[in-house]
Design a protein around this ligand. Structure first.
Ligand code: PDD
Length: 280
């Protein structure tokens, strides 16, 4: 398998960055994950737009243009013969000589790395069965709209989920669900209103979320962007998550309590179909 590191395509065994890299020392970097379906990048313009916004918010200048970054993503897909999976990309503020918190001088070039992973998102068994989620307190910082590589809170949340045999952790703040450890959260109310939290500093503006909201609106489905509680989710007909790595995936239980009839619901199935059609 081939990775991209600062201008070179190299085998994974040779894909290395400095111990002085600020991504390693300070989590001073931004990442993106875009899905690949039948060899094609899915909704990549949306991911690149978010990348541009994220780096802007932390005053980090991309070392390549967005056009060049997309070329590299595509080249990497080709070199790995990737059919279905994901392209991960990360840009950090580079490697300075030591460990200074403040930004390095302009001559320090940002680090840009990318690699691919295989995943059959379409035929993943959990697409049919749905997943269980657990709830955990949202202990993250106040700028969750920035797709930063500082993911320790999500690591702990998703480890707790894994240990409990659940597929995702929903993070709770002020009694409301913010989002999943690596996904956006949705419910479908008893009167078929699709509800997902409004964008803001409290959540990452999901690219899949954005596409699903737009696709639902185009089909005259009722959608409300507002926060919701776990109690409301448990009283809902359906719940689901969205992300580049799962597309649309049903949630059938929260903290061991059934959502709806405990099966993936018809609205979730429909939105998944609509999204897959959009992605293809
Ligand atoms: N996670 N919320 C959080 C906190 C996320 O980390 C992600 C994505 C999403 C969904 O965003 P999108 O639809 O653009 O993938 C929401 C990626 C997949 C990850 O960390 O692996």
């Amino acid at each position: 398998k081939i990775a991209y590191v600062n201008g070179s395509f190299v085998p994974h065994s040779e894909a290395k960055v400095s111990v002085f890299d600020r991504g390693f020392l300070f989590a001073d970097g931004i990442y993106e994950v875009a899905a690949v379906l039948e060899g094609k990048l899915i909704d990549n313009a949306s991911h690149l737009a978010r990348l541009k916004r994220s780096v802007g918010e932390i005053e980090l200048a991309l070392p390549e243009t967005l056009e060049r970054i997309e070329e590299i993503q595509k080249e990497l897909v080709k070199r790995n013969d990737l059919v279905n999976g994901m392209v991960y990309l990360e840009v950090t503020r580079g490697a300075d000589k030591g460990r200074d918190f403040a930004f390095p001088k302009a001559d320090v070039k940002p680090t840009l790395v990318m690699f691919t992973s295989e995943k059959d998102i379409i035929n993943a068994p959990s697409a049919k069965t749905g997943i269980n989620v657990i709830t955990v307190p949202d202990i993250r910082w106040e700028r969750r709209d920035i797709k930063s590589v500082a993911l320790l809170a999500q690591v702990l949340a998703k480890q707790a989920a894994a240990a409990a045999g659940a597929g995702e952790a929903w993070m709770i703040e002020d009694g409301k669900v913010t989002e999943g450890g690596s996904s956006s959260s949705f419910i479908v109310t008893q009167d078929d209103v699709i509800v997902t939290r409004q964008n803001g500093n409290e959540i990452l503006p999901g690219c899949t979320r954005k596409a699903v909201v737009k696709l639902a609106e185009e089909r005259q489905l009722r959608i409300e962007e507002r926060s919701f509680t776990v109690e409301e989710a448990l009283a809902a007909k359906e719940a689901f998550i969205t992300s580049a790595s799962v597309f649309v995936q049903g949630v059938v239980a929260i903290d061991g309590k059934k959502v709806g009839n405990g099966k993936v619901g018809p609205m979730t199935d429909r939105l998944r179909e609509i999204y897959v059609e959009f992605a293809r």
